[in-house]
Design a protein around this ligand. Structure first.
Ligand code: FES
Length: 128
């Protein structure tokens, strides 16, 4: 099963001297090191996850699993922890990763989790 890491490429941090947005730099860093981790992870850039006050922001998603939204990542040194946690996420059946087992940045940065039914391919039940 494929895990998608959505990365907000438009996140920006205060007092960042770089001309490139922090989110875009995190996206690029993830792409650069992804080959050193498992291959069933897709890294997809998105413009805003509506968590603009907690840059940089990402989300893990996979079919029939909880979706997790995380924030507060630094642009230039978070990629390894994110990919390590994505591998943990991919290894679960439901997307739930025990808090104690997460890398430090993903213990502190959790923003939300969304039920699997929101991302599932299941069709809604209809009443008759
Ligand atoms: S700009 Fe990154 S979450 Fe909105």
């Amino acid at each position: 099963m494929t895990t998608t890491i959505y990365v907000c490429t438009t996140c920006k941090t205060a007092d960042d001297p770089s001309p490139d947005r922090a989110g875009a730099r995190l996206f690029k860093a993830l792409q650069e090191v992804a080959h050193t981790h498992q291959s069933n992870v897709i890294i997809e850039g998105v413009e805003c996850l509506s968590v603009c006050k907690r840059p940089c922001t990402i989300a893990f998603s996979a079919q029939d699993k909880w979706t997790y939204v995380y924030g507060d990542f630094t642009a230039d040194d978070s990629a390894e922890q994110i990919l390590a946690c994505a591998a943990q996420y991919a290894a679960t059946n439901d997307g739930l990763i025990p808090w104690k087992e997460r890398p430090d940045a993903l213990k502190k940065g959790v923003i939300a989790r969304l039920p699997a039914s929101l991302t599932s391919s299941r069709t809604p039940e209809t009443s008759s």
